[in-house]
Each structure stands twice: as C-alpha cells, then as structure tokens.
Design a protein around this ligand. Structure first.
Ligand code: MG
Length: 385
C-alpha cells in the first residue's frame, strides 16, 4: 500500500513535466548485456509507463436514466520510449465501477520494460489483459498510449495504418441529457452545428423530452434508453412512436442482463435498429448478440482500448451488424483515439470532449458536425496544459 503510494507520487511527479519523461527515455541508453555486448537484437531502449489522476469538469450536470453528476474521474497515462511519448486515458464514470485508485493499482502492475519494443501490440496487450479480470478503462489507458506511441514510431495516424478512409467520417451526435423541457429546448438551440442529436430516455418524461427537442429542430435523433425500459410490448409501442418523430436508432432498451430472447423479440418488431451498449462490452460479446440486436455500440473504455475495438468493428461488420462508436465523457485524448475507427461505423457518438470544460488535449475536432481527422501521427492528440 505504502509502496503503491510512493510509486504513484513518483509517477505523478514524472508525468507533471514532459521534459522529465523525455529525459527518462533518453537516459535509457543502450546498456551492455551480460557478456559486455549489447543484448540480442541491438539497443536496450525500454518503455516506461507513468500516470496521473485527472478530474474532468462537466460543462453541465449530466443526467441519464440512473444517475446525475458534474465531474468524471480520469487517469491520464504516458508511455515514453526512444525520445517519444504516447498518450493514453482511462475515463471512469462512477456507475461503471472503476475508480482512479483501482486504475492506478492496476497500472502499477504493468511492466512494459520487459518488452523489446512497442510493436508487439498483440503480445503486450494480451499480457496486460491477463493481469486481472475487469478494469477495461485501465487497460484502455495502456492500449491507447501504446497505440499512440506505435503510430508516432511509424510516422502515421492510425486511420492510415488501419487503411480507413479519413474522408468518409460520419457526423457525430451531440447528447441532450435528461432535464426539464425548458432546459432541453435551450440545449437543443445551442446545438445548432450538429446534424444529428442524441437524446437520453428511460425515465418518466420520455415523450416530454422528444416533444421539447422537436419544438426546436427536425434533425434526426438517436435515442438511448440506458436500460431504463421494462415491458416488452410497451417498448415496441414506444419505438413506433419514436420512429414517427424521426428517431433513427435506439440503444439498450432493456437491462444489460435481460434475456437476449426478450431483446430479440423487441428487435423483430421494431421499426428502427436496436443497438446493444451496456450488454455488449468486449469482442466475445459481439457474436452472442448476433440475431438479438441490429448492432452494437463500441466504446474504448468498455473494449479495453483501440486494439479490441478495431476487432469488434471488423467482426460486427462481417456479421452484418450495425456499429455505433461511442464514448464516455473523455478528454480529446480518448476521443481522438476512438475517432480513427469512425470511417467504419454507421453512427458516431463522439461528443465526450465537448462536454468538459478543462480538456488538457487538442486532437480530433468536430467541424460542421462531422468527425474530422487530422494528419497528426499516432492518435493525433497533443497535450496543451
Ligand atoms: Mg448508450
């Protein structure tokens, strides 16, 4: 415990200054091997992982079906190697069960110094995954920083490495949280730049929410019930009502542990696509949902990062499933990382960084409502504070 805390303080201090980290990396000069010669495979550059807790301040109190809050706990990571730094992030909305303390405890068990170089993503990230079950956001914080580092070493943004067309990015939704009709109208008026909006449903006032938005705009809507609905027949009736008001897709109508047969019953009768979000976390969940839903919502903080999210996109599309790319409230680090997958998805919900007032990164932007990928290598996010 005491040791963990000391490590944390040391790492927090190290990460406070980028120059410190760069110096650490530079200090990892090639070391003689046991026989006085460089070890096999040339130089002994090492990767070093560091981290610091960060609290994202939300611009507005955020309310969905099960909670309200005004901050999001985050842990920011860096992996230094060969004079370069890769950035990563774990965003941990409290209702998902991960904490900054738990994340830091997990990260202190990750030893990247034993790998010869960062390129064996598959090996390194499988090892990280095997450290402990759960901890998807903590794992994502390592995964994203490692991807950023590898992209920087390769000199390319990840959409190029993956071969995805940067010109074919989708519009992103902008989320309107549950609130009074007056506040919902005001927020909708402020969201004029967006070509599609997302509405949080699953409470008593669903119709009031939709009517309030529709009194201001007729842009298409996506709806997220966040497990808030119960009665199957009522859900189907609701879906028809929503369809008439140009709601184009609905996420997670039932509880995440609801029988998939019940979800399939709804999907069969729904006039609009039904997506699994809370019930579909990782790669292994995708096939399980085949036939029960129209598609899935992929988020880096559920999938353990970019590597598994990429596999989920490919698998879902090969199975004929629709894909939404979502996020938590995240800094532009996490959002930029996710954005490289966006040319391959049907809907993007990447407004997470727009919802916070103290974003420490600059990265992927939203231009005229569209996810806009830049030319920067790696994940394309740079630290600005
Ligand atoms: Mg959702």
């Amino acid at each position: 415990m005491h040791h963990d805390r000391r490590d944390f303080l040391r790492n927090a201090a190290a990460i406070a200054g980028g120059s410190l980290l760069a110096r650490d990396a530079a200090a990892q000069a090639p070391r003689p091997g046991a026989a006085g010669r460089p070890p096999q495979g040339a130089s002994r550059k090492k990767m070093t992982l560091s981290w610091r807790p960060f609290t994202a301040q939300l611009r507005d109190v955020f309310t969905v079906a099960v909670f309200s809050r005004s901050t999001t706990p985050i842990v920011l990571t860096e992996i230094a190697y060969d004079g370069l730094v890769g950035y990563g992030e774990a965003s941990m909305p409290p209702y998902l069960g991960e904490t900054q303390e738990g994340c830091i405890a997990f990260l202190s068990k990750v030893d990247l110094s034993k790998y010869r170089d960062p390129f064996e993503l598959e090996t390194i990230l499988a090892d990280v995954d095997a450290i402990a079950p759960g901890n998807p956001a903590a794992k994502a914080a390592v995964d994203i920083a490692l991807h950023d580092l590898v992209g920087k070493l390769l000199g390319q943004p990840w959409y190029n490495i993956w071969g995805f067309p940067a010109s074919r990015t989708p519009y992103t939704t902008f989320t309107i949280g549950i609130d009074t009709a007056e506040v919902v109208k005001r927020k909708t008026r402020q969201a004029t730049g967006f070509k599609i909006l997302k509405v949080k449903l699953g409470r008593e006032n669903d119709h009031e929410m939709i009517e309030a938005i529709r009194s201001v705009t007729d842009v298409p809507l996506t709806a997220d019930a966040n497990q808030g609905w119960k009665d199957k027949q009522k859900v189907v009736d609701e879906l028809h009502w929503l369809k008439e008001r140009n709601v184009v897709v609905v996420e997670q109508p039932l509880a995440k542990d609801a029988p998939l047969d019940d979800v399939a019953w709804i999907t069969e009768r729904s006039p609009i696509p039904i997506l699994a979000d809370e019930s579909c976390q990782r790669l292994a969940d995708v096939r399980r949902h085949l036939g029960a839903v129209s598609g899935i919502n992929i988020k880096l903080m559920k999938s353990t990062g970019m590597r598994e999210a990429h596999k989920m996109v490919i698998l879902a599309r090969s199975l004929g499933m629709k894909v939404m790319l979502g996020c938590m409230t995240e800094t532009s680090c996490g959002i930029s990382a996710a954005s490289h997958l966006s040319p391959m998805v049907d809907w993007a919900d990447l407004d997470g960084a727009l919802l916070i007032s103290n974003d420490p990164f600059r990265g992927t932007t939203i231009v005229d409502g569209r996810v806009t990928l830049g030319p920067a290598r790696g994940i394309g996010a740079s630290l600005i504070v």
